[in-house]
Design a protein around this ligand. Structure first.
Ligand code: HDD
Length: 712
């Protein structure tokens, strides 16, 4: 393991949380009332072999507390991991926003960030093919701002009223509660194939974005168009982006499936370990600013959350950086009890009429009432703002504050009119005064109807290997469905996005693409709606390609925190190993010695080295790259253990960088390495620099076609 461990840093919020922390080190055990406990192992009985007595208040306190330990898990995003950190602004954007967080470059704003999958339960594996939640709580000096986003820039549906339908379709089917944390089943595709607005987010889920290498290597998006409001009360539209410093990288589906078995906590562990090792994850915050007068300039509606604004049309302006620098002290108290609400905003930021956002403004407060037990969830330490809060809201379950005084109403004279109101000039919040002249109507704007152009743009913008992964994902997912009519409907819709893609999927499914499907195509409309007007038009091509959507164009400049498996047994070459290990660790990689057994291995220089993982306890899918130092005795022993051969073949199959010392290293001929000697990321007897460069590339996707013959 790399040993450059730094102290966890934290923030003003983590300092404030210390007042709520409890440390039992060196303390005597007591009841909740402070009574010292003499025996917590035996209940009070009527005789040694008699029944337990009702009198046993110690048993009752201990058991009732245990019986009520669980709270309802989140209906979506139940599985999550979080960390503390800070946000720092690079440059003021006061021309757009008066928010302190966007104008004061001297500030360090504490944040708490929770990443999650959407569909699975709290204990589901991390590598489900799914959207990832990316929720950021900024504890600002003007109150808390929550940016509750995802790792994809668009959402499945356009109106919040469809959310229960979407989620019911993707969750385990209600009669048998199968499948867990998986979209590959009939009900989801039944819904998707009848609700064409879902197709854009859906194709992103079919892409590698849905199986990230790490939370630290994914983008985040606020999705909706929000408003920024400056001190002249002028509004600009804005979309928020998080750009990871480590670039955007993903796994293959084969790895994802295997990781779910080998380490169901892969992403959670990765985040924890990186922060624990002082390799603090960082993202830059970017904004796409759209002047008010450009509202109708685009081929799509800015209020439609199923559309992204290509960076090629509106560039992302980078304005600040977020660093996660401290793990939580207690998972339940912080990660489980944190409550994110899109309705938490501060002066300088405001909402738009995006109908998805509007519904979210209701749902998140509502859900905390049942999840956290009442309206006082804001008093839970992790949810408290870093600034004071005063109002006339009172009482309720679990009230922990002692509000002083005679009055709990406004206006009052008995308390001198306090708490008093704040003028806008003093930071009082004032909703943006948008002019509205409209009829009350239950409908969907026709400007939201284009459902094919952007999925097609996304697919067109991907590299060949990414396109192949998308085709494989559709084939896998639909292959898991039982009903041909659902698969065929999907094939027809995929063909509307891209015909070649549909052909590949159809071949894998052994089905024909139907020439037409049952009308209407889009059934997410009201019973009396004008059916013709509400159908998606044929795709348009307003941009040939958006290269920023492809992971082929991300950053490839770091191996910080990349995990390298070093396959060793007794007698491995110390000279080779030392040169390689020093170079890799200098660049921030994390090396693990994987050996035939646990304990120690002795190198050819007679030194003992601690084994990080016995081969029995690990898998190649848990590593980014593999290094095999020479040393005849070591190589011979590794060859005798079939799992090492599988380890190497699998790493090769997953297009990872592999470095081997010794052209005569017998493992080369014993594995598929022999056939890949000329591969750009198979490095035999090369300098550490070449290996480092190959790891920076994340994977050698050029290998994809050729590795199909490896039966790993
Ligand atoms: Fe949501 C949780 C993201 C639409 C209703 N949502 C939740 C979380 C994230 C998102 C990241 C987890 C927060 C955490 O870590 O605690 N949700 C989104 C995004 C959406 C979106 C990016 C669209 C752009 N959500 C959405 C709609 C509704 C909800 C339309 C309801 C109408 N979401 C919820 C919820 C959850 C939630 C049921 C579950 C737990 C919670 O809120 O606190 O209220």
């Amino acid at each position: 393991m790399a040993t450059n461990k730094k102290e966890n840093l934290g923030s003003a919020k983590t300092e404030a949380l210390k007042a709520s922390e409890k440390d039992s080190t060196g303390k005597v055990m007591t009841t909740n009332q402070g009574l010292k406990v003499n025996d917590t192992n035996n209940s009070l009985k009527s005789g040694e072999r008699g029944s337990t007595l009702l009198e046993d208040f110690l048993l009752r306190e201990k058991i009732t507390s245990f019986d009520h330990e669980r709270i309802p898990e989140r209906i979506v995003h139940a599985r999550g991991s979080a960390a503390h950190g800070v946000f720092e602004l690079y440059e003021s954007i006061e021309q757009y926003s008066k928010a302190g967080i966007f104008t004061d470059v001297k500030r360090t704003t504490p944040v708490f960030v929770r990443f999650s999958t959407v569909a699975g339960s709290k204990g589901s594996p991390d590598l489900a093919r799914d959207v990832r939640g990316f929720a950021v709580k900024f504890y600002t000096q003007e109150g808390t701002w929550d940016l509750v986003g995802n790792n994809m820039p668009i959402f499945f549906i356009q109106d919040a009223i469809k959310f229960p339908d979407l989620i019911h379709s993707v969750k385990p089917e209600p009669n048998k509660e199968i499948p867990q944390a998986a979209s590959a089943h009939d009900t989801f595709y039944d819904f998707v194939s009848h609700t064409t607005e879902t197709l854009h987010n859906h194709i992103w889920v079919m892409s590698d974005r849905a199986i990230p290498r790490s939370f630290r290597m994914m983008e985040g998006f606020g999705i909706h168009t929000f408003r920024l409001i400056n001190d002249k009360n002028e509004s600009h539209f804005v979309r928020f982006h998080w750009k990871p410093k480590l670039g955007v990288h993903s796994l293959t589906w084969d790895e994802a499936v295997k990781i779910n078995g080998a380490d169901a906590d892969f992403h959670r562990r990765d985040l924890w370990d990186a922060i624990d090792a002082g390799q603090f994850p960082e993202w830059e915050l970017g904004v796409q600013i759209i002047p008010q007068e450009d509202e109708f300039k685009f081929e799509f509606d800015l209020l439609d959350p199923t559309k992204l604004i290509p960076e090629e049309m509106v560039p992302v302006k980078i304005i600040g950086k977020m660093t996660l620098n401290k793990n939580p002290e207690n998972f339940f108290a912080e990660t489980e009890q944190v409550a994110f609400l899109p309705g938490h905003i501060v002066p300088g930021i405001d909402f738009t009429n995006d109908p998805l956002l509007q519904g979210r403004l209701f749902s998140y407060r509502d859900t905390q009432l049942s999840r956290l037990g009442g309206p006082n969830f804001n008093q839970i330490p992790i949810n408290r703002p870093v600034v004071e809060s005063h109002n006339n809201q009172r009482d309720g379950m679990m009230q922990t504050e002692i509000n002083k005084g005679q009055t709990a109403y406004f206006p009052n004279s008995l308390s001198g009119g306090c708490p008093h109101l704040a003028k806008m000039a003093e930071g009082g919040f004032h909703s943006y005064e948008e002019r509205i002249d409209a009829k009350k109507i239950r409908t969907r704007s026709a400007s939201f109807n284009d459902h094919f152009s952007q999925p097609a743009l996304f697919y067109r913008s991907l590299a060949k290997w990414e396109q192949q992964h998308v085709a494989d994902a559709y084939t896998f997912e639909l292959g898991k469905c039982n009903h041909d009519h659902i698969k065929e409907r999907m094939l027809w819709l995929i063909a509307e996005i891209d015909e070649d893609l549909a052909k590949k999927v159809a071949k894998g499914l052994g089905l024909e693409i139907p020439s037409d499907i049952e009308r209407p195509i889009n059934q997410a409309i009201g019973a009396d709606a004008n059916i013709e007007e509400q159908q998606p038009p044929k795709k348009k091509n307003y941009l040939d390609s958006a290269p920023t959507l492809s992971q082929a164009n991300t950053k490839f400049d770091s191996i910080v925190s990349r995990k390298i498996a070093v396959l060793v047994a007794n007698g491995f070459s110390m000279k080779n190993y030392k040169a390689m290990a020093d170079a890799l660790e200098k660049e921030g990689a994390v090396l693990n010695l994987v050996a035939p057994h646990g304990g120690m291995v002795t190198c050819d220089a007679g030194m003992k080295h601690k084994v990080d993982a016995a081969i029995m306890t690990t898998e190649s899918v848990l590593f980014d790259a593999v290094y095999i130092p020479g040393g005849k005795e070591s190589v011979n022993e590794l060859m005798g253990e079939a799992k090492f051969l599988k380890f190497i073949n699998e790493a090769l199959k997953h297009c990872k960088a592999i470095a081997v010392d010794g052209k005569d290293n017998a493992l080369i001929d014993k594995t598929y390495l022999a056939k890949f000697k000329d591969d750009a990321a198979v490095l035999i007897d090369e300098k550490p620099d070449a290996f480092i460069n190959a790891i920076k590339q994340h994977r050698n996707w050029d290998r994809s076609e050729k590795v199909k013959e490896i039966p790993a």
